[in-house]
Design a binder for this molecule. Sequence first.
Ligand code: GUN
Length: 281
Amino acid sequence: MILIDGKKAAAELRAELKEEVAELKSKHNKVPGLTVILIGDLTPSQIYVRNKEKSANEVGLKSEVIKYPNSVEEKTVLEKIQELNSDETVSGILVQLPLPKHIDKQKVIEAIDPSKDVDGFHPMNVGNLSSGYESSIPCTPLGCYLLIKKIEPNLSGKKAVVVGRSNLNGKPMTQLLLKENCTVTITHSKTKDLKAECLEADIIVAAVGIPELVRGDWVKKDAIVIDVGINKTDNGIVGDVHFDEVSKNAKALTPVPGGVGPMTIACLLKNTIDCFKRSQI
Ligand code: GUN
């Protein structure tokens, strides 16, 4: 079984991006800039944002974090986004989710200029991705896609099963696999026989948030299994895949942690650089 090393893949991607930033700097005399807005004091969000800032600096991006207290008014956030939209030094804007209840998430997402939407959450980018046009691609599914392609460069005709239908992961993951000519099945909590669906799959992407849902006998021999889950349990952090069982069957499997997670942040840096490049044309 191939243990897919997301840490190593992310380090390789960051090294490529660092070179690209240096080239862009010498060509344009400026570097791509990423601005992250962090609202409130949720610990996981603070950790994510700190890691994003650290990685952005490492590859040579200009990086800025704007912090607001939990009580910030929606209007203040929307005005700040408008300001960042017209700031030429800002290539990418990311508002860390989840947001406090009094702030309308969709309003915030739609306020971001689609050309600076490094999350790929704006309806314009969602539509462009599903139509097969150029767009920002959500970072986690993009990271999964790059890991899958490393194992199997030609995905044409493969059967893929995506477990979970979220806007963040399941839906964009489906679009990426479709673009590669996979036959894709999206499954979710109302799917009648999830095990039977998974048993058909050459590729399984589990992004559903249920600890160790995908068991060893759900996985065809030689399937590629990507685990997006990060679930806190009494036994520590586990994925959506039962690692020990599935590792006995799968051809390749991502661990949790150290699989998809590191790729997500590297892909955010990639998206920031791609937004910058499109803005320079
Ligand atoms: N919170 C958890 N994951 C994400 C993500 O990919 N983007 C944003 N903006 N917030 C998140």
